[in-house]
Write a protein that binds this ligand. Structure first.
Ligand code: WT7
Length: 663
C-alpha cells in the first residue's frame, strides 16, 4: 500500500458519518428532507405518493381500510393490473428501451436483451399459453426456475391473467418444491431443464420431476430449454410441455390484462419461520407494487434511463421486488445475471458493471465480504465510474465491509444504502434516503418516511438510545404481507400477538413484530442486530433451525438433533448441528455425510451443516428445554455462560471438547 493509500484507509477507518456525495444529491429523485414531516402529518394519505406511480383502471376509494386490524387493506376499491403497469404503459414512450438485460454464465454466450416491446410480446404469448393449459384467475402457478429470462416472463404472464405465482428458489430441494406445491394446492409448474453453475451444466429437471413425484395431485408442467445441446436429454411426460413450443404456438397472441382488485393476491412466497413448516407469505396487487415502485424510486434512485442491477436471485423476495416488479414498474433497464461473482474470474461482476455501464448495484453483505477477501485488485482492473449508487440487503453489514464497498466499488462518490426489510414487508423499511440523509456505516438508518418503527423492550416500552431491544413496526404500510396463505390464525400468532392487544379492533393496539433485535441512536438511526427467533441467516438466506433439525432427525440412526447458528467470517452465520445417535450407530464419517445429505435433500445445499457434532446428550434445562445459547457459545468457541440451571451440566465440557477436536 502506498503512503497516500494508507492515509486514506486510516481516515475512513475513523470516520463514522458520511454526507451524501454532492454529485449524487444534485440529481437525486428525493432531496427534500421535509418529506419525513410531511408524511407523518399526512399519514396514511401520504401513500397516495406511491399509488400515483401506478396506472389505475379504476381509482381507489380509500387509502387505508384499518377497520379490521391486523387485516389491513390498502387502496381499496381500486383496480389495476401489474403486468399492464410493468409493460403496456411503457410501450408508447419506451417500447424500444431495454427492460431486461440477461447475461448468462458462460462468457462466450450472447446476452439476451428484451426491450419492453419484446418482453410485452413474450409475456402475452406465454399468458395465452398458460390459459390454453387451463390456468384460470386465482390458480396458483409454481415456478421452480433458476435465473433465466423466462422466469420474469412467467411471473408477468401470471400477473396478466390474474393467477398468483409461487416461486421456489432453484437451489431448494425436490422435497421443498413438493411441500410448497402441496401447501398451495398448485396444479401448475413452470421449470427448466438446467442451468450453468461455475462452468457445469446442472440438471434441474431431474430434481423438478423428483419433486413432482411428491406432489399429491396432478400438475401440468412447462419446461424451459436453457441448456440446448448441453442438456441432459430428458423426455417430457404427457402433461409436460416445452416452453418454446407453447410460445411459438401462440405467436402474436394478445391477452388483455385482467383487471384485478387492489387487494387481490399477486403472489405467495414461502419463507422459514420458527416451526418446521414454511410460511406462505401473501402479497397483494396494489400495495405491493406501489411499495416496490416507490422504494425503487426513493431509495435506489431509479430513473427510466438507468441500467440497474440487483445481483440477488429472483427465487428470493429481493429478486421479486427489486429485479422484477419495482424496476419494471418504473420502466428502467434491469440486469439479470445467471452466474456467480467468481466465475470465470473474481472480477466478473466488475466486468459486467463496466460493459453495461451499470448505474446502481444492489447486493448482499456476504458478497461484499467475499470481494474484500479477494482483494481490491479485481475491481481496480475495471472502469466502475458509471456507478451512482450502491445498496446492500439481507443481513447486517459491518462498518469495515461498508467502507470497503464505499471506497473500492463506489470510489467515495456513491451513497451506500443499507436496507433493512423482510419477505413479509414486501420492500424496504429502514434505510437512509440517499439524497437526503447522512450515512452511518453499520447502521441501516432511520425508518423510511411514513413508517413508525420503534425499538422496545419485552414489555413494549421504548428503550434508551444505545440499548439493545426489539424492532417493532407500529403502523401498517402498503407493502406489508396480508396474511399467511390460508392461515390467518398463524399470521396473527407469528407477527402480531407478541406486542398487540389481540382482542382490540383499535389499530393503535396492533404492533407488527418482525423478530429482529435492534438498537437506536440519538439521531434515530437503527442498527439491526439479527433474528431473535430460531431462524438463521446464512449468506443472507433465511433458514429455520426446526426445518433443519427435522431433516436431520429423518436420517436413519439419529435420535435427536439441535441446530444453532455459529459466527462465520464469510456467510455471517453457519449451521452447527449437535446430534444424538440411536444405540448401535456410530458417529463416523459415513454418518456425518448421511446427515449432510439428509439436509440437502430436505431443504437444499444452502442449509448444509458446517459442523456436525455427535454427543450422547444435549444440554437441557430442568424443564427439558434445550439450552441453545450454550450450543451457540460452543459453536463460536466462546466462554460459556451460566450452566447451573442445567439438568446435565457435565455434558457441556464434553460437547465442547468434541466440537474443538472436530475443527
Ligand atoms: C431478515 C429477513 C430483505 C430481503 C432479503 C432477506 C435480515 C435483512 C438486513 C439489513 C440487518 C437484515 C433480518 C430480517 N436482514 N436486511 N440491512 N441489516 N439485517 O429477506 O429472507 O425475509 O430475511 O434478514 O434479520 O428479518 P428474508
Amino acid at each position: 500500500m502506498s503512503e497516500e493509500e494508507g492515509q486514506l484507509e486510516a481516515r475512513l477507518e475513523e470516520q463514522e458519518e458520511f454526507e451524501p456525495p454532492e454529485g449524487f444529491v444534485s440529481q437525486a429523485n428525493v432531496t427534500d428532507e421535509g418529506i419525513y414531516d410531511e408524511f407523518e402529518e399526512n399519514w396514511p394519505d401520504c401513500w397516495t405518493a406511491a399509488a400515483d406511480l401506478l396506472d389505475w383502471d379504476e381509482e381507489y376509494d380509500q387509502v387505508l381500510d384499518d377497520s379490521n386490524p391486523p387485516f389491513y387493506e390498502w387502496f381499496t376499491g381500486g383496480k389495476l393490473n401489474v403486468s399492464d403497469n410493468c409493460l403496456d404503459r411503457h410501450l408508447e414512450e419506451r417500447g424500444d428501451e431495454v427492460a431486461i438485460e440477461w447475461i448468462g454464465e458462460p462468457t462466450d454466450e450472447d446476452n439476451r436483451t428484451f426491450t419492453y416491446e419484446e418482453l410485452h410480446r413474450e409475456v402475452n404469448e406465454f399468458a395465452a399459453a398458460l390459459r390454453d393449459l387451463g390456468v384460470e384467475e386465482d390458480d396458483v402457478v409454481t415456478m421452480y426456475m433458476p435465473m433465466v429470462p423466462e422466469l420474469p416472463v412467467a411471473m408477468l404472464a401470471c400477473a396478466r391473467i390474474g393467477a398468483p405465482h409461487s416461486v421456489v428458489f432453484a437451489g431448494f430441494s425436490a422435497e421443498a418444491l413438493a411441500t410448497r406445491m402441496n401447501s398451495a394446492d398448485s396444479e401448475f409448474l413452470v421449470t427448466c431443464d438446467g442451468y450453468y453453475r461455475r462452468g457445469d451444466a446442472l440438471d434441474h429437471f431431474e430434481k423438478a420431476n423428483e419433486g413432482l413425484d411428491g406432489v399429491d395431485h396432478d400438475a401440468t408442467t412447462v419446461v424451459v430449454d436453457r441448456l440446448g445441446d448441453e442438456g441432459h436429454g430428458h423426455d417430457l411426460a404427457e402433461n409436460q410441455h416445452d416452453y418454446a413450443e407453447l410460445v411459438a404456438d401462440n405467436e402474436g397472441a394478445e391477452i388483455d390484462p385482467v383487471e384485478r382488485d387492489a387487494e387481490d393476491m399477486l403472489f405467495l412466497m414461502y419463507t422459514s419461520g420458527t416451526t418446521g413448516k414454511p410460511k406462505g407469505v401473501k402479497h397483494t396487487t396494489a400495495g405491493y407494487l406501489a411499495w416496490t415502485a416507490w422504494t425503487s424510486q426513493a431509495v435506489l434512485d431509479i430513473k427510466p434511463d438507468d441500467t440497474y442491477w440487483c445481483s440477488a436471485d429472483i427465487g428470493w423476495i429481493t429478486g421479486h421486488s427489486y429485479i422484477v416488479y419495482g424496476p419494471l414498474a418504473l420502466g428502467t433497464t434491469s440486469v439479470m445475471y445467471e452466474g456467480t461473482p467468481d466465475h470465470p474470474e473474481r472480477d466478473r461482476l466488475w466486468e459486467i458493471v463496466e460493459e453495461y455501464e451499470v448505474d446502481q448495484l444492489y447486493t448482499a453483505p456476504t458478497a461484499i465480504r467475499a470481494f474484500m477477501k479477494w482483494g481490491k485488485q479485481f475491481p481496480e482492473e475495471h472502469d466502475l465510474s458509471s456507478l451512482r449508487l450502491l445498496g446492500t440487503v439481507g443481513e447486517p453489514i459491518n462498518p469495515r465491509a461498508w467502507k470497503w464497498y464505499y471506497q473500492h466499488i463506489g470510489n467515495e462518490e456513491c451513497p451506500v444504502v443499507d436496507t433493512w426489510w423482510q419477505t413479509e414487508t414486501g420492500g424496504m423499511m429502514v434505510t437512509t434516503l440517499p439524497g437526503v440523509k447522512q450515512m452511518k456505516p453499520g447502521s441501516a438508518g432511520p425508518p423510511l418516511p411514513g413508517l413508525d418503527v420503534r425499538i422496545v423492550d419485552t414489555e413494549g416500552e421504548e428503550v434508551e438510545p444505545g440499548r439493545a431491544g426489539y424492532l417493532t413496526v407500529n403502523k401498517p404500510w402498503p407493502g406489508m404481507l396480508r396474511t399467511l396463505y390460508q392461515n390467518d390464525e398463524r399470521f396473527v400468532e407469528e407477527y402480531w400477538a407478541e406486542y398487540s392487544d389481540v382482542d382490540s379492533d383499535d389499530p393503535d393496539d396492533w404492533v407488527y413484530f418482525p423478530e429482529d433485535g435492534a438498537k437506536i441512536d440519538e439521531d434515530g438511526y437503527i442498527t439491526v442486530l439479527g433474528r431473535v427467533d430460531d431462524v438463521l441467516n446464512v449468506s443472507g438466506h433465511r433458514l429455520g433451525t426446526m426445518e433443519i433439525e427435522s431433516a436431520i432427525v429423518g436420517v436413519e440412526g439419529v435420535a435427536e438433533a439441535a441446530v444453532v447458528g455459529g459466527d462465520h467470517e464469510m456467510k455471517g452465520e453457519a449451521v452447527y448441528a449437535y446430534v444424538i445417535l440411536e444405540d448401535g450407530f456410530d458417529g463416523d464419517e459415513e454418518m456425518r455425510s448421511r446427515i449432510v445429505e439428509g439436509v440437502e435433500d430436505a431443504i437444499g445445499p444452502i442449509a448444509r451443516p458446517e459442523a456436525v457434532v455427535f454427543t450422547p446428550e444435549l444440554p437441557k434445562t430442568r424443564s427439558g428445554k434445550i439450552m441453545r445459547r450454550l450450543l451457540e457459545q460452543i459453536a463460536n468457541d466462546e466462554e460459556l455462560g451460566d450452566t447451573t440451571t442445567l439438568r446435565n451440566p457435565e455434558i457441556v465440557k464434553d460437547i465442547q471438547q468434541k466440537a474443538r477436536s472436530d475443527d
